[in-house]
Design a protein around this ligand. Sequence first.
Ligand code: ATP
Length: 512
Amino acid sequence: MAKEQDKFKQVIAHAKEYGYIFSSSEIYDGLSAVYDYGQNGVELKNNIKNYWWRSMVQMHEEIVGLDAAILMHPKTWKASGHVDAFNDPMIDNKDSKKRYRADVLVEDYVEKIEQKAQKEIAKAKKRFGDKFDEAEFVSTHPRVVKYRAQSKEILGRLAKSLTEEDLDDVKALIEELEIACPVSGSRDWTNVKQFNLMFGTKLGASADSASDLYLRPETAQGIFVNFANVQKTGRMKIPFGIAQIGKAFRNEIVARQFIFRQREFEQMEMQYFVRPGDELKWFEHWKEVRTKWHQSLGLGEENYRFHDHEKMAHYANAATDIEFNFPFGFKELEGIHSRTDFDLKAHENLSGKKLQFYDPEMEKSYVPYVIETSIGLDRMFLAVFSSALKEETLEDGSSRTVLKIPSILAPVKAAIFPLLKRDGLPEIAQEIMDDLKWDFNVIYDEKDAVGRRYRRQDAAGTPFCITVDHDTKEDHSVTIRRRDTMEQKRVKITELKSIIQKEIDFRHWLDI
Ligand code: ATP
């Protein structure tokens, strides 16, 4: 645990030191759970957006994009259920005065039971080696069977009491499990209350309540209210999708995990409209496509797992989370939901406008069903950044800090150095820079010894360093060094573009 916390602290400190993430309005001591992205952060964020957009929109003929406004007609949130049901159950500890999400306290408890089961599995794996049959072990080993049954029972009860809004039972569960406040260790809890997560605001100068608006808590509704506009003007045929990247706002009860849980964040969402009855087939399809997208970036298959929902949101008939192994454990990175026809039907009812598709093959109109893939851009950023940050011991015993961001996502693709600040070397380096900058984000650096410059770029995540030396004047060659292997090679200046291009080729990355 202490090791995990150290790693997390290191991630936060490194993100600041290398211009990735700053606290919002830091000179005024920051604003809780709101962050700014610095000079490298904005590049990484844009590259992640681009990687997602190209894979979803450019690579799918039947998916188109949208950029809807953050402010929407207030009836949108009535229809979607957010006004009545976008709540989290909160609970306060009377001694520490700390506020928690009641469901998260229970889920963390269950995670600890699961860790015990994982320990037994790991022990047995070591003991039996190649002969180990995990499925058999998990279904027969008495302790593992007991742990899994316990978890299932607790999560089942939590899901039931949340669905039935039986908040007294959620509190009873916390008490029965003897869950203590992680800060004070006390078990003196208040009652569980519902808390609506939407941020309210006002339209114009009017004080009347008809002008009450909300900052959107998800981008999805902007897609639903534009369903007919896009379908008709794009002459889209079912199945088809609409993709969008944009800001969302939630007044989160507890926001202590850096950019993982913010009050202002970005989502990358795609709503896929299908024939009623086909939705579970498409749900499986999108689970597969999205898993492949994640694996294409090479963050480590072992760092991902699926978590199927026990408690569905009010609109869903199937839901799974793709979880990532963040520095604080496995947590939701992306949600894939089968949202039925709930949203379109609700908007039809409240607006009185038809949101249907005439299916020529079926010779009838219907309200399509929807599969949603929704990933938090900031969480993806954290997944990439935290898994990339490594402390390595080198052959000579020294160590280096290196940020092994997938090169297609790296903020700066190459740093160009003159070996010395004289003898015409800076001019050649500058010329190379002026040429490469047409195609890539590159930087020039002439300060300090080359070894230190390498280390600086390793820590900043730059995949290539290019050094101009005295021989360059004669042979028009430079030394190119790779961040991950530290391998150095002499190449012609004219080859640089194709070397970098090959490394960040979209097809090479996505087509796995
Ligand atoms: P959680 O259970 O962690 O609160 P959620 O299930 O409410 O998340 P969704 O409503 O499914 O999340 O939103 C889709 C995605 O948006 C999530 O998978 C996550 O990546 C991202 N997301 C949601 N809330 C936040 C937040 N407060 N800060 C950053 N990203 C978020």
